[in-house]
Design a protein around this ligand. Structure first.
Ligand code: F0G
Length: 403
């Protein structure tokens, strides 16, 4: 049993009506009556890995038609090479790039689009820096729903744009940034009856909390000391915290991790608010970073994220584009894990916080890497070594191998 409730004033809302925020402007969240859930750890073990393995904790009707692409069940790698290199004893990488569309968004969309069918909508939509749109386009295709995506026209990674087109969404470039696109789709969703699947949608975040469930289960029900997460619109970090808390309150784990939220230097309004001890985030008018996925100046879920990091007694930090690129390279070349720049922000943040002593070398750390390297191939061509071209002779090849 679950309720839809405002995080600000506590007011409950009908689940049958489409609504994204409260009359008081507060964000909505799904609140479970955990006493009504009856499931044991060993029940999960009988099921396939993935989001729906934790069905009891997901807010859908018993007879709901579930739209799934077998998302979730992503690897948690023990990163021994990288750990040694940066000087940390027990480091894990949760690779969300291994989801069907290549990012963690799929966990949210399987629940969000399933909910869209329960609500009998005909069309779904989102604004996106790329991954949300790629994922929504795929799930809308599977559910046979129309899909509209609004993207910042200039700063969109090519792989993500290609995915939205491939899956048949109506793709619209906005002359403006993500924040402008989100404002427009929010207005459009009300006017044109389009079901909004940005992370302001509380049902979608319920799918994303399974990242925490999996981390707990993959670590044999012992949560790590800290979980490091890249932060943009602030949905994912809030969802992960909700997941850990539900498993803690239900009695599946005995402690809670501290959350570490990382933003890119040029787009770090939440880090600023956190460091100043503020509850309100001052938006940044022109956010900029090579990590286009988290190039966001006015994150809508900031109140949830600030609450999550503070409740967990965690930290927030920002990292430069140079630190992001060097972390991306290090992860790729020590562990064989290719991630997009926004995802590398978590590794860059870990390195920075290790170096300044905010994270200890003996801590057990999980870094969540959120999207696949192939999402943004252009960035790799621009910033990395260029391949060389030669005549097909041994002599020419030798010059390259033995310079
Ligand atoms: N990492 C990647 C790869 C992302 O695509 C995003 C968000 C984040 C991290 C941050 O997650 O917004 O929940 O704090 N991408 C959104 C999009 C905004 O439109 O694809 P968040």
């Amino acid at each position: 049993m679950f309720k839809l409730r405002c995080i600000k004033c506590g007011r409950e809302h009908s689940q049958k009506k489409i609504r994204y925020t409260c009359e008081c402007n507060g964000l909505l969240e799904v609140a479970f009556d955990l006493d009504s859930i009856k499931v044991k750890k060993r029940d999960f073990q009988k099921r396939s890995p993935g989001v729906w393995r934790y069905r009891e904790f997901l807010p859908v009707a018993e007879d709901s038609r579930i739209i799934s692409l077998q998302e979730g069940g992503t690897p948690l790698y023990k990163a021994e090479n990288l750990g040694k290199k940066i000087g940390i004893r027990e480091l894990y990488i949760k690779n969300e790039g291994a989801n069907p569309s290549g990012s963690f968004k799929d966990r949210g969309m399987t629940v969000g689009v399933t909910k869209a069918l329960e609500l009998e909508v005909k069309a779904v939509g989102c604004a996106s820096t790329g991954n949300t749109s790629a994922s929504l386009a795929a799930y809308a295709a599977k559910a046979n729903l129309k899909c509209l995506v609004l993207l910042p026209a200039e700063k969109i990674a090519l792989g993500k744009l290609a995915q939205a087109i491939l899956h048949g969404a109506t793709v619209v470039g906005i002359r403006g940034n993500f924040d402008a696109a989100l404002k427009l789709i929010t207005e459009a969703s009300l006017k044109f009856n389009i079901y909004l699947l940005n992370s302001i949608n509380p049902w979608r975040l319920e799918g994303q909390k399974t990242e925490a469930f999996e981390i707990a289960e993959q670590l044999s029900w012992e949560v790590p000391d800290k979980v490091v997460i890249p932060v943009g619109n602030c949905g994912n970090i809030s969802a992960i915290w909700k997941g850990f808390k539900e498993f803690y309150d239900y009695g599946f784990v005995n402690s809670l991790p501290k959350l570490v939220g990382i933003q890119a230097e040029g787009a770090a309004p939440v880090v600023r608010a956190f460091k100043k001890g503020l509850d309100e985030v001052s938006p940044i008018a022109n956010p900029d970073t090579i990590a286009t996925a988290i190039r966001i100046g006015a994150p809508v879920n900031a109140p949830k994220a600030l609450r999550a990091v503070r409740e967990s007694k965690g930290i927030m930090e920002d990292v430069s584009d140079e630190e992001i690129i060097s972390a991306q390279k290090l992860l790729a070349r020590t562990e064989g894990i290719g991630v997009e720049p926004a995802s590398a922000a978590s590794v860059a943040g870990l390195i920075k916080l290790l170096n300044n002593g905010s994270i200890g070398k003996d801590e057990r750390i999980v870094c969540v890497v959120t999207g696949h390297a192939l999402k943004d191939p252009e960035m790799i061509f621009n910033k990395y070594e260029k391949p060389v071209e030669i005549e097909p002779t041994l002599a020419e090849l030798e010059k390259i191998i033995k310079p």
